[in-house]
Design a binder for this molecule. Sequence first.
Ligand code: NAG
Ligand code: NAG
Ligand code: NAG
Ligand code: NAG
Length: 194
Amino acid sequence: MQGAWRLVPLLVLGLAWSLQMGPVLPEPLILIQENFDLSRFMGKWYELAVISTCPHFMQRKRGNPVIVALEMQHVASESNFTTTATSFRNGTCKQKSTGYDLTNTPGRFFYYIERFRADVDAFVVHTNYDEYAMMLLLSIEQPSGNKTTTVKLYSRAINVTAAVLDSFKTLVRQHGMSDDAVIMNQNEVCSRSR
Ligand SMILES: *[C@@H]1O[C@H](CO)[C@@H](O)[C@H](O)[C@H]1NC(C)=O
Ligand SMILES: *[C@@H]1O[C@H](CO)[C@@H](O)[C@H](O)[C@H]1NC(C)=O
Ligand SMILES: *[C@@H]1O[C@H](CO)[C@@H](O)[C@H](O)[C@H]1NC(C)=O
Ligand SMILES: *[C@@H]1O[C@H](CO)[C@@H](O)[C@H](O)[C@H]1NC(C)=O
């Protein structure tokens, strides 16, 4: 699996991150899926597992660890795409769309979360497109300036192989978090009832 990863020159990404958002998280190196193919990445995903350095996020997720269904759509020629998330909250299925801006680095996107006034720098660390995708999200919230690292596992199905899960946990540890704290989402209901 290692062989398929491309090591993006840290200097370049580190510089971009520090110019836009202040000091770089020094480690680990940011890897992005080699030869990233946006069109193959589009479509339906399920968010199966998640971990974050933000205690508020973790508390919220633990309180409602449901599988979030994602639908990604890119209009050819546009330099952005839409991600529509559907999750089961408070007894109903809630839908929310977010615009993701493409960057010059394939597999790297920017988006904004209004609710937390957070700028997010998103990386597709590894994907085989038809099974799983591992996402690294570096966000900064205003006005606190708090920085958060979040790692998510997306899957085309509501389950993944043990090998994929192991690989995800390795990524989590590489970002200094304990894989014991990973939240495994369950009980996807919304996309089935649609
Ligand atoms: C759930 O609904 C109740 C009553 O409408 C509301 O007070 C509460 O804030 C809602 N919780 C969430 C997470 O949306
Ligand atoms: C994508 O960019 C176009 C042109 O700037 C804009 O009109 C559109 O609202 C954007 N879509 C999303 C999903 O952000
Ligand atoms: C920002 O981080 C500090 C220190 O970790 C924390 O006490 C505070 O609650 C955070 N603020 C927000 C808005 O999350
Ligand atoms: C997911 O579950 C289905 C039904 O139990 C099974 O057929 C499939 O092989 C599983 N897929 C993976 C990746 O484990």
